[in-house]
Design a protein around this ligand. Structure first.
Ligand code: ZN
Length: 132
């Protein structure tokens, strides 16, 4: 039986500094990792929350996916990330069942291999699957 864990919740924000003012200064979260992911055109801050994390995503350019998301819907929950035991097998299974994947598995923030699954396949939420 596959074990799943919520790895993180991705939250799109206009300003990482403004968001950190809330999560870090006011709520008391610790930031373990801050980096720029060039291929996604985002600055990322990771805030551990128990076994899981909150991932704050700030666009670095106007044409970044996160910038477009914020333009359309405002700041907010952008995706839910699940850890799966065997990402390659999961991707094969999803593809053969017609799920709509947005990319082939590739390394992202922190070096984890991930794929995104379109909300039309998942019940309306953008789903990120990460190799455990
Ligand atoms: Zn993510």
């Amino acid at each position: 039986v596959a074990q799943f864990q919520i790895d993180h919740l991705g939250i799109a924000v206009r300003s990482l500094d403004a968001a950190l003012h809330f999560y870090q200064q006011q709520l008391g979260f610790t930031v373990t990792n801050r980096e720029t992911v060039e291929q996604e055109k985002v600055n990322v801050a990771m805030l551990p929350a128990g076994e899981s994390r909150i991932e704050l995503l700030e666009p670095t350019t106007h044409d970044s996916v996160i910038a477009k998301f914020i333009d359309k819907r405002g700041e907010g929950l952008h995706h839910v990330a699940l850890k799966v035991p065997d990402l390659a097998a999961t991707v094969d299974r999803l593809k053969s069942n017609g799920a709509r994947l947005l990319n082939d598995p590739r390394p992202g923030a922190g070096g984890h291999i991930y794929v995104f699954v379109h909300p039309s396949s998942t019940g309306g939420v953008l789903l990120e699957l990460i190799q455990q």
